[in-house]
Design a protein around this ligand. Structure first.
Ligand code: UGA
Length: 442
């Protein structure tokens, strides 16, 4: 195969996985980041994120010379023909996407260019931003460039597999030749799964995909609320729906809502962008509200089962927004813990990966959780608990939990399974009251 020179600006989640996987496909990849410690760590072969399989691939691709890290964006521009912008687009206080980091990167890329380049937006950006990005680059260079959009679809915990075996590749470009040149980098996908389109379409495809999945989840959480009122079981409803290939079985799990760095941010950004261009996306507004309300469901269940919550000990099993990651961004557990602390509860946690609630960088608005004790054994976390709350859908919780031991450790035998993952027969056998989402208490 032909190997190409690829540059990655921004070595966060998307940038790092994209860079490593392009290197694995045999391309020459150079990655930069403004955070110097990150680059130092990566140069030592240590991954800066927790992602299964990534560190091994990092060792392989830096070892065979396909992957290289630098602190200099200029070096990336000099050495690459394709420059991927993988910069964060955090949520602003009004819900819109903050594009300032992307604009800064565009300016720097443009000022560093000495010959024509392909500049590819991989960050998740509203389609309305294309013109301003193009303008930002144009203002800072007279040299020709091609602007393309190539959104990423990797999910945390399966990011390496999602990148090496993608379900689809979406490429937005102004002309077909540029699109095809970018397509050729993806030697790991057949043409039937590649969509070549214009730039706004590519960008909107990303938002539409994430927000549609979020909509599925909020829809099922609404069905769960109805299930609880009529004595139905949301898990069986989801199973029955999932057999219909037109619906699909995935992302139909009711629970305490979606979290993470993508769905909460992207739902709000799409709603905001639609509003700005004159469309009131009421459905998206509801999806967001249902999700925020879903965290409160746990507090209400605890109140119903324990009465006044003041002075109660609550143990959380699972803290991250999803299994297999240490990421606490928008994790429902954090919001629920904060609510319970306000009610006068004492809160502790157990998580297979997380040891501290303020990981993933400083986030002062969560300072109130920084002293919460996090255990690495469920039995330690359960000591004297008045209730156990399951907040992350670890499928193997059932193997990790010995209910007879737990029953001896807790003060009151109450479990709120916020992700419907525990074997409730076992819990009930050992005297626990078991309450889950969208099913009757047992
Ligand atoms: C998501 C998308 O799934 C990826 O395709 C996308 O590329 C990525 O965002 C991104 O934009 O970068 P991710 O945020 O890693 O990936 O996590 P998901 O696996 O999608 O889960 C998101 C949240 O939904 C989690 O809190 C999870 O617990 C929740 N969820 C998921 C449910 O509550 N129910 C479900 O049925 C599925």
């Amino acid at each position: 195969m032909n190997s190409h020179n690829i540059g990655i600006i921004g070595t966060g989640y998307v940038g790092l996985v994209t860079g490593v996987c392009f290197a694995k496909l045999g391309h020459n990849v150079i990655c930069s980041d403004v955070v110097e410690e990150k680059i130092e760590k990566l140069k030592r072969g240590e991954s800066t994120i927790y992602e299964p399989g990534l560190e091994e691939l990092l060792a392989e691709t830096t070892g065979n010379g396909n992957l290289y890290f630098t602190k200099s964006n200029k070096e990336v521009v000099d050495k690459s023909d394709f420059i991927f912008i993988c910069i964060l687009t955090p949520e602003k206080s009004d819900g819109s996407a903050d594009l300032s980091y992307v604009y800064n990167a565009c300016q720097e890329i443009a000022q560093s260019m000495t010959e024509p380049k392909s500049i590819i937006i991989k960050s998740t950006l509203p389609a309305t931003a294309v013109d301003s990005i193009r303008q930002k680059i144009r203002e800072n260079t007279d040299i020709d460039f091609e602007l393309l959009a190539n959104p990423e679809f990797l999910a945390q915990g399966t990011a390496v597999r999602d990148s090496l075996e993608p379900m689809r590749v979406i490429i937005g470009a102004d002309d077909e030749t540029a699109a095809k040149r970018l397509r050729d980098l993806y030697t790991n996908i057949t043409d039937d799964k590649v969509v070549l389109t214009n730039i706004p379409t590519a960008m909107l495809t990303k938002y539409a995909s994430n927000t549609y999945l979020a909509t599925k989840i909020s829809f099922m959480n609404s069905i769960a609320a109805i299930c609880e009122k009529v004595g139905a079981d949301v898990e069986s409803v989801a199973k029955g729906m999932g057999y219909d290939a037109r619906i699909g079985a995935r992302f139909l799990h009711a629970g305490i809502g979606y979290g993470g760095s993508c769905f909460p941010k992207d739902t709000k950004a799409l709603y905001k962008m639609a509003k700005e261009i004159g469309y009131d996306f009421k459905l998206m507004d509801e999806v967001i509200k249902i999700n925020e309300n879903q965290r409160q469901v746990v507090v209400e269940k605890l109140r119903r089962l324990l009465g006044n919550l003041k002075g109660k000990n609550i143990a959380f099993f699972g803290l991250a927004f999803k299994p297999g990651t240490d990421d606490l961004r928008e994790a429902p557990a954090r919001y629920i813990m904060r609510e319970l602390i306000k009610e006068g509860c004492s809160v502790v946690g157990y998580d297979p990966v997380i040891t501290n609630l303020v990981t993933n960088g400083p986030n002062n608005s969560w300072e109130d959780l920084k002293d919460i004790k996090i255990y690495n054994k469920v039995c330690d976390a359960a000591k004297d608990a008045d209730a156990i709350v399951v907040a992350t859908e670890y499928k193997d919780f059932k193997d990790r939990l010995d209910f007879s031991k737990l029953a001896q450790r807790v003060r009151t035998k109450v479990i709120i399974d916020g992700r419907n993952v525990l074997p409730y027969e076992e819990a009930v056998k050992h005297g626990f009251i078991y309450s889950s989402i969208g099913r009757e208490d047992v």
